[in-house]
Design a protein around this ligand. Sequence first.
Ligand code: ADP
Ligand SMILES: Cc1cn([C@H]2C[C@H](O)[C@@H](COP(=O)(O)O)O2)c(=O)[nH]c1=O
Length: 216
Amino acid sequence: MAELVFHSGPMDCGKSTMALQLDHVHSTHGRKGRVFSSQDRAGEGVITSRLGLSARAIEVDAGFDFWRYVISELTSGKIVDYLVCDEAQFYTAEQIDQLARVVDELQLDVYAFGIMADFRTELFPGSKRLVELADRLEMLSLGPLCWCGARGTHNARTVDGLMVTEGSQVVVGDTDDGGEVRYEVLCRMHHRRRMTATRARATLSPDPLPFDDTPQ
Ligand SMILES: Nc1ncnc2c1ncn2[C@@H]1O[C@H](COP(=O)(O)OP(=O)(O)O)[C@@H](O)[C@H]1O
Ligand SMILES: Cc1cn([C@H]2C[C@H](O)[C@@H](COP(=O)(O)O)O2)c(=O)[nH]c1=O
């Protein structure tokens, strides 16, 4: 039986790396797949991982129709065995419905990858629909750590190191020090407290003890 699988986890937990590995494993064993992404940090029509791997991908914009795409490929004689779908949080709920239809009616495996929730902890529409429809949810286990050392589970959006809670749901960006808007993965407690690494350094640094080093 074909499956719709949703591989999820916070930013920077290896989703794109695993998407590329999965495509590599299947394609080197003779299966024919198609790789999709949406608004990758590196631009359109590409899937990139922070480990340096990248591959061309079919860009999924709001008007893209998975069902029509696959039917058109199959009716023109091409082989399609599976789909790898990165940044699936950005897909519309209708597109996730199309993916489920591809699995059920055409018996193709669909491997979707994406973050579950936005910087306000609200589910993205694509992820919500995947949770509702997927045969299987897989949470990636080797995720980033919060600055406190606990497992990082929640994506914070930061400006100048401080967590923001207002703004558009979609702002493409990274966890490195590059842009003005950044993301930082925190444990839930520190996400709730808006305690980013920058704030923690400023507020938790111990006051130096009074220390008199003059010889007695
Ligand atoms: N220089 C490096 N050496 C080893 N691992 C790295 C390096 N840079 C990034 N990573 C790892 O790459 C993973 C991020 O991969 P990526 O596929 O881009 O994540 P995601 O798609 O989930 O945001 C993280 O697990 C991170 O620790
Ligand atoms: C939390 C959050 C993230 N995004 C964007 C930022 C990145 O471009 C992607 C996630 O990519 P990754 O491969 O998982 O690192 O999503 C966003 O637009 N809005 C958010 O709230």
